[in-house]
Design a protein around this ligand. Structure first.
Ligand code: CMC
Length: 387
């Protein structure tokens, strides 16, 4: 019969050609459209990075203004979709709500959607990027039982998100430049990461010609797991559980024990085998935010720094090339901003949406595009007859 390459976890299979993101895992290099993440994180804002990922180039000032305005035109959710939230138990995990509500967008934008038309594809990208912060903030408000806060288009993308998260009918949200900048950096660092599990999920779902809103919902479902986007939540829970510097060694011991399923959350990466450049930028932001908020003695931050130090001196982590990844510090930053742990992965999803739609669009426009259809090695019972 046919012979197939067996590659569990796709560790050595390139699923696609892509011109969006480049990673060199040995050197700790991450480029979006050729630009190093360090430069993008310090010199650009998230809207500029979105334009770059979608269109291949950073915007001129005119293009930026137009792009920002287009996104603002789409920040509202259809009122019928707003009602959708109340179908969920109020204690539902926000990621469950995100999977459902983003998937439901496909019902609102399907009839008029022709994915072979580049303008329609662009339109769905704008809608997704614009509506994800609204949906994310509503998932939060629903969870804590507060009324939804509608978008304010006089604010920029990130400030508007913080407004929808933290304003109440009784109290205005006061923007703080350091906090908004930190949130913007979180969005930039999570915006794309080539063919990771959730992006591959979006591409595979989209390869059948499915509705893009449904495909992004599939990506959100994949992101939820603790080995992927759920790691930021799992990492903060782990730091809380360790609780004290004196207990670090006990947890390091458990992480090294083959018979214990425990792993150091926020450590290790399939591709980065030297350092994760996003983790360095996140650590820096962590310092900035904690200083700004007068939290430099933050218990969990000290614990995280010490855990990192001890792990990086340990033969187990050195020999397996396990380094802190972006999610090791992002949880501490978000917690300092007042974001509850259960929202971390939803915010990751909101940031990654631009990457997902850029990758989906690239795939659909590729003349070599085919439906994704892996094969298998069959290991079941050979042919037999029913007695
Ligand atoms: N703690 C302890 N041991 C680990 C860890 C860890 N965090 N990560 C990997 N290992 C060990 C693993 O047990 C294995 O050992 P051995 O070779 O003896 O069997 C070896 O290192 C290789 O691990 P693997 O699971 O084969 O590697 P992978 O490339 O399949 O997994 C990973 C990568 C990120 C899923 C994994 O490192 C992990 O589970 N890390 C913790 C979760 C995490 O932080 N995920 C976020 C990733 S970055 C953001 C994102 O992608 O969403």
């Amino acid at each position: 019969g046919d012979v197939f390459t067996y590659d569990p976890g796709f560790v050595s299979t390139a699923s696609s050609k892509s011109a969006i993101t480049f990673i060199d895992g040995d050197q700790g290099v991450l480029l979006y459209r050729g630009y190093p993440i360090e430069q993008l994180a310090t010199r650009c804002d998230f809207m500029e990075v979105c334009h770059l990922l979608l269109n291949g180039e950073l915007p001129t000032p005119d293009q930026k203004q137009q792009f920002v305005q287009t996104i603002k035109n789409h920040t509202m959710l259809h009122e019928q979709l707003v009602k959708f939230f109340s179908g969920f138990r109020r204690d539902a995990h926000p990621m469950a709500v995100m999977v459902g509500v983003v998937g439901a967008l496909s019902a609102f934008y399907h009839e008029a959607m022709d994915i072979s038309d580049a303008l329609h594809r662009e339109q769905s990208a704008f809608r997704l990027i614009a509506k994800l912060p609204t949906i994310t903030a509503m998932a939060y408000k629903y969870n804590i039982g507060q009324p939804f806060i509608y978008p304010r288009n006089d604010l920029d993308y990130t400030e508007n998100f913080l407004h929808m998260m933290f304003a109440t009918p009784a109290e205005k949200y006061e923007p703080n430049a350091v906090i908004a900048r930190a949130m913007d950096r979180i969005l930039i660092l999570h915006a794309d990461h080539e063919q990771n599990a959730s992006t591959s999920t979006v591409r595979l779902a989209g390869s059948s010609g499915a509705n893009p809103f449904a495909c992004i919902s599939a990506g959100i479902a994949c992101l939820w797991g603790p080995a992927h986007g759920g790691a930021n939540e799992a990492c903060l829970n782990m730091l809380e559980e360790i609780g004290d510097i004196s207990r670090i060694n006990e947890y390091i011991k458990r992480a090294k024990d083959k018979n214990d399923p425990f792993r150091l959350m926020g450590f290790g990466h399939r591709v980065y085998k030297n350092f994760d450049p996003r983790a360095n930028l996140m650590r820096e932001t962590c310092h900035e935010v904690l200083n700004e908020l007068g939290l430099h003695n933050d218990r969990l931050f000290k614990l995280a720094l010490e855990l990192e130090r001890i792990a990086l001196e340990d033969d187990y982590f050195i020999s397996k090339k396990l380094y802190p990844n972006v999610d090791f510090y992002s949880g501490i930053v978000q917690r300092a901003l007042g974001i509850p742990t259960s929202m971390f992965t939803s915010i990751f999803a909101m940031a990654r949406t631009v990457g997902w739609v850029a990758q989906w669009n690239e795939m659909i426009s590729d003349p070599e595009q085919k439906i994704g259809r892996p094969r298998q090695l069959y290991v079941g019972t050979p042919r037999r007859d029913v007695p």
